[in-house]
Write a protein that binds this ligand. Structure first.
Ligand SMILES: [Zn+2]
Length: 70
């Protein structure tokens, strides 16, 4: 299990998002952003439409670097 903040994942708040896999993190973060930050969700959608791999390229290394916690 790893925990990252919304901010570390490109969002505007300090909410923590925990997940066991990167895939799960992406799903939780996407849901969090759509629910809490509609404007950010739009920005991320634009980024995704331009280059679907860009978000992962930026934030996956941060996930990899985050410490594993129980
Ligand atoms: Zn947030």
């Amino acid at each position: 299990m790893k925990t990252m903040s919304c901010k570390e994942l490109g969002g505007p708040c300090d909410s923590k998002v925990s997940a066991n896999t990167w895939h799960e993190m992406v799903q939780k973060m996407t849901k969090h952003v759509i629910t809490n930050h509609p404007a950010t969700a739009k920005e991320m959608e634009k980024m995704h439409n331009k280059d679907p791999k860009k978000w992962g390229k930026i934030y996956k290394p941060k996930w990899d670097a985050a410490p594993e916690i129980e």
